[in-house]
Design a protein around this ligand. Sequence first.
Ligand SMILES: NC(=O)c1ccc[n+]([C@@H]2O[C@H](COP(=O)([O-])OP(=O)(O)OC[C@H]3O[C@@H](n4cnc5c(N)ncnc54)[C@H](OP(=O)(O)O)[C@@H]3O)[C@@H](O)[C@H]2O)c1
Length: 286
Amino acid sequence: MGKTTSSSGGKQGLGWMEWLRGWLYVIYEMLFQRISASHLQNPLPLPPLHDLSCIITGSTSGIGLQIARQLAEAGAHVVMAVRNSKAANDLIQKWQSEWSGKGLPLNIEMHYIGFVDTEDMNVVSGKRKYTSLVGYSSSKLAQVQFSSVLHKRLPAEAGVSVVCVSPGVVQTNVARDLPRIVQAAYHLIPYFIFTPQEGSRSALFAATDPQIPEYCEMLKADEWPVSAFISQDCNPTNPSEEAHNIETSYRVWEKTLELIGLPLDSVERLIEGEEVKCRYGGQPEE
Ligand SMILES: NC(=O)c1ccc[n+]([C@@H]2O[C@H](COP(=O)([O-])OP(=O)(O)OC[C@H]3O[C@@H](n4cnc5c(N)ncnc54)[C@H](OP(=O)(O)O)[C@@H]3O)[C@@H](O)[C@H]2O)c1
């Protein structure tokens, strides 16, 4: 779900049909996600990942925390990119003491990445008044659209796979800033809602399944307009019709680079080995 704008000044937002379709899809996903993902084990079994290095954002709670923990447990070198360095350090210490009891090495570190200002999300939401729900749904659509342009701009030789994932509807802190009715829905139907461990499976699958790079290459060769998208049951799926809007996707791409202070040819420059700096990041908080 999300809002689309057009540079021609015509359509300025999603019509009620698109909103209704989006909400019906969320309700359908919530009611049937347990059935559609019933073939998956929980936790998702991972192969040994000693050669893998991972940077996990939002890893102090919810799905990100589970992803970081499970990848580290499988032997990956995990970098937790966080805004709350104290919470991350506490987690690392906790996991280190748990794992040392099992005789397992833990290769995990924390990096402070600063705070993404929600005022910035306002720009993506366009001229409409910012609300948590519009901001949230627009940000999800924008992530898919940004990823689609990244997928298109990266040459196949770069060997980088761009994949979006849906974790499903997951019991985390995600609803804390959303309207009360959404928060209530999360508490009223606990059976239907995934635990963070269940919600982490699609991201872990996308990060570790050996068929993913092949799948991304196939999409590139077919000039498919959107990046790979893996659903909560770990199957490839097609994102919403709005995500296929190339014009909006390029606007999201340009606006994002502008907001974080990156030049428009950042991808090409990084591939050439040049150093490119953005305006986020900084010193750890006291
Ligand atoms: N839960 C669901 O049903 C669901 C469904 C679809 C998609 N998702 C997406 O999955 C991702 C993870 O969410 P979650 O459910 O695990 O929620 P969560 O428990 O609230 O975790 C969010 C993480 O992101 C960090 N974060 C939040 N706002 C930030 C900001 N402005 N700048 C930097 N870091 C920030 C939080 O850090 P702090 O600890 O510092 O607050 C936390 O580590 C989100 O993108 C969410 O939209 C979730």
